[in-house]
Design a protein around this ligand. Sequence first.
Ligand code: UGA
Length: 439
Amino acid sequence: MKLTVIGCGYLGATHAAAMAELGHQVLGMDIDPDKVASLNAGRAPFFERDLDDLLAKHTATGQLRFTTSYAEAAAFADLHFIGVGTPQKPGEMAYDLTHLFTAVRQLAPRLTGPAVIVGKSTVPVGTAPKVIDILREFAPVGDQVEVCWNPEFLRESYAVEDTLHPDRIVLGFTGQGTRAEAVIRQAYGQIIESGTPVIVTDLATSEMVKSAANAFLATKISFINAMAEVCEASGADVHLLAEALGHDARIGRRGLRPGLGFGGGCLPKDIRGFMARAGELGADQALTFLREVDAINNRRRERMVDLAREQCDGVISGKRITVWGAAFKPDTDDIRDSPALAVAQALHQLGATVTVFDPKALDNARKAHPQLDYVDHPLGAVRDADLLLHLTEWPEFTRLDPKAVAARVANPRVIDGRGTLDPVRWRAAGWTYRALGRP
Ligand code: UGA
C-alpha cells in the first residue's frame, strides 16, 4: 500500500520506518527541513535502537522517503497517519493541539479524492470529532475523508520492536464496517495475522484507552515510590518490597521499579492533560488521584536533593557533584522532563558545581542546560567529586568498578536514585552508599 506519515518525531519516524518494513511504500512528512534531510539520509535525528538500520534499509531502496511538502503528501497516497506532537501547553495542564489541528488544516484542502486519516497522536478524549469537523470544512471531498483513531503504545528505546510487534491494536471509528476499517486492517495485515489482538471501538473509547493506559502506568510507578517514602521512614527496603509484591500475578513486577520517578514526553504531560480534560467534562473528581500521582513523582526529585544535602554535610553550595544520567530513562537521548536533569538543575541553583555524564543524551542536555558542566566519560566526570548521584540507570554504570570510580573522587559518597548499583560492592569499595527507598 501507499501511505504517508505526517509528523516525523519519535512516533512518526518510527511508524514510517516500520510501515516500510511491513512492505508499504511510505512517504514521511515533517515541516522541519533538517529532520527531513537526516531521515532521507537514513539517520534518525534522535537515538532509538534499531531505527537507523530500518531507515537506512528502506531509504536506500526508495521505498521510504521524507518530504516537507503537504501537497506531495496529499498526492502520494489516500491513507495518512498523523503522528505530530501534542505537548503540554506552557503554564497549563492541558494539551496543546496546535500541531495536530494545523496538520489536518494543511492536509484537508489538498485531499481531492476519498481518503482515510488515521490519528496516532495522543489526544484528550473528544479530539477526533474536531479533526472530522476540520476535514468536513476544508476538504473538497468532504465526507469522503474518513477518520480512524489508532493510539500508539510504543515505548521509547523499544520503539521499533513495539511498533512491529504491538501487544494490541486499538481502532476507533465513527461507525461499524467502514471503508476506513478495511483499509487500516489491510495496512496492519501482517501484524494482525501474527495474532495481535484488535479492539475495534468508537472514537471516544479509542482516545480514552491511551489516556487510561498512561494514567495506570504512572499510578503504578508512583504507588511504588509512595511505598519508598514509607520505607525510608521505617527502615524497610523498597526494592525488595517491589520484588515481593511483583510475584503476585495480579500486581506484576513490570512498571513497579522504584526510583527517581517517571519523566519523558508522555507520562507527565498525559496525566496532566487527562486531568484537564476530565475537568472540562465535569468528571474532575474521578481523576483527583492523579494529582497525587504527579505530586509523589515530583517529591522523589525533592527527596534526592534533600539526600544530596545530607550527604554534603548540610551545605550544597560550593560542592562538586557528579550526575550520572541525563536522559529520562536509559537507551534514549530524550531529555524531556528528565528527572536526572531536574535534580542536576536544582543542585546547580543551590550553588553546586554539577558535572553531568550520559552515554547518549549529552548533546541534548548541553543545549537545554548550558549552565551545567558536561564530561563525555563516566570516570572523567567524577574527578574530584564530593558526591556522585546515579540518576538514570544505564547498564554501563552498573558495570563500572566502584574501586576505579573511588580512586578519582574527592569523597567516595554515592546516592543511587535508581537502585541498580550493588550496595554490597560499592560499600566494599569504600563508598558511603545511600539510595532512595533503601536503609
Ligand atoms: C510511555 C508508555 O510506557 C508507552 O506505552 C506510551 O506509548 C508512551 O509513554 C507514550 O505515551 O508515547 P515512555 O515514555 O517511552 O513510554 O517510557 P516508559 O518506559 O514507560 O518510562 C516512563 C518513565 O517512567 C521513565 O522515566 C522511567 O524511568 C520511569 N519508570 C518506568 C519508572 O520509574 N519505573 C518503572 O517501573 C517504569
